[in-house]
Design a protein around this ligand. Structure first.
Ligand SMILES: Cc1ncc(COP(=O)(O)O)c(C=O)c1O
Length: 389
């Protein structure tokens, strides 16, 4: 009988697995389940990205190890894209490292910087790897509640000085998964000052930088004066370019953090498959109208779902960013009870907010990963169900 390592104790995917098992059981019974529980894009990458991938796959020279930092043209493409999108200057040599998806970096950055007992400030609700990575490193979590009345920003004044003195890292994520909130520039300015005062690294997960609506453009954390001294930003091509399965992303910012992660990763992996880096170059340097189309599609889906629910009397706010809708549970139930009821009565599958932390328990997360006609169907099923209650 194997005995699991103690570092496995805090790692759990229990709620996500339970929800997915329930969903699969309904599918197995032959029900037409509409799956809005999985945050994986249903759209395809633009043709020029797929072509770059296929062209590189056809070359016999594409199959060697690439080394973990990233090939130079990809690093340069990242620097140019960052300048174009966020007006942030990055040195491709020292301030950029490629990742096998941003998850790779989020999972491993803690191992470079945290010792047992160090504190990490983590949002609650939050994307699970934010605490799983530091837990593997033996760190202690200090959860920062994200409350609707604060625009889902952590209340920095609420964090006690005794905690801040032990803090080595703070995790932020705007536009946010699961609460779909955005962060104003003034908030980032305050974070930079706090990180400078207490000497911790800010890890801003910017995976949804491009999935923003109604003309809104988010600021890069690194565009705040002094931010590069205290912070890094995690990026992903998964959602921006519909390349989730390619596993490609990057880390930018503080050169010391980048160099530490590079040293760690050079022990773990041998870099991203060359054709995927070529596809990444095509994505970042090619026409950007594919992002506009993707965003417009999510925005239309958001409007169908949110306007539809609001017309039924289910008051759901319209997110300005991310690919999710964070909907308050419209009954007196917990988020899990409501998720089950919704699945069994309407065959619509969502994720209970509790899966993202205790402060998520009054909401469910709905991913906009189905076409508009399916979301119209969701609204009409929910209308019938609520009408019959
Ligand atoms: C907030 C957030 N960060 C990071 C990731 C990981 O993305 P990837 O590893 O595909 O870049 C996800 C995926 O859903 C996410 O929602």
């Amino acid at each position: 009988m194997l005995q699991e390592a103690s570092r496995m104790c805090g790692l759990s995917s229990a709620i996500f697995s339970e929800v997915d098992d329930m969903r699969k059981a309904e599918v197995a019974k032959g029900h037409d389940v509409i799956t809005l529980s999985i945050g994986s894009p249903d759209m395809a990458p633009a043709p020029h990205i797929v072509k770059a991938l296929m062209d590189a796959c056809a070359l016999s020279t594409s199959y060697g190890y690439t080394l973990s930092k990233g090939i130079s043209p990809f690093l340069q493409a990242i620097a140019d894209w960052y300048k174009m999108k966020f007006n942030v200057d990055l040195d491709p040599e020292t301030e950029i490292h490629t990742l096998m998806g941003s998850q790779d970096g989020l999972a491993h950055i803690g191992l470079c910087l945290l010792n047992p007992g160090d504190v990490v400030l983590v949002p609650d609700p939050g994307y699970p790897i934010f605490s799983a990575g530091p837990l593997i490193a033996g760190a202690q979590m200090h959860y920062m509640p994200l409350r609707e009345e604060n625009g889902y920003l952590p209340d920095l004044d609420e964090i006690e000085e005794s905690v801040l003195k032990k803090t080595k890292m703070m995790i932020l994520n705007y536009p946010n998964n699961p609460v779909a909130a955005i962060a104003p520039r003034e908030f980032f300015v305050k974070v930079v000052a706090l990180a400078q005062k207490y000497n911790f690294l800010v890890c801003q997960d910017f995976a949804y930088s491009e999935l923003v609506y109604d003309g809104y453009r988010p600021d890069s954390f690194l565009s705040i004066p002094g931010a590069k001294d205290v912070g890094v930003e995690f990026h992903s091509l998964s959602k921006t370019f519909n390349m989730a399965g390619c596993r490609v992303g990057f880390l930018v910012g503080n050169s010391q953090a980048i160099s530490l992660l590079g040293r760690l990763k050079s022990n773990f992996d041998y870099g991203i498959f060359y054709p995927i880096q070529m596809a990444g170059i095509a994505a970042l340097t090619g026409p950007q109208d594919c992002i506009v189309q993707t965003t417009a599609t999510y925005q239309r889906r958001r409007d169908v779902l949110v306007d539809g629910f609001n017309a039924l009397g289910w008051a759901v706010p319209k997110p300005q960013g991310s690919m999710f809708v964070w909907a308050p549970v419209p009954t007196q139930q917990t988020s899990m009870e409501f998720t089950k009821d919704l699945l069994y009565n309407t065959a619509v599958s969502v994720v209970p907010g509790r899966a993202f932390g205790q402060f998520g328990d009054h909401h469910v997360r709905i991913a906009l990963v189905q076409p508009e006609n399916r979301l119209e169907e969701v609204v009409s099923r929910v209308a019938k169900w609520l009408g019959s209650k």
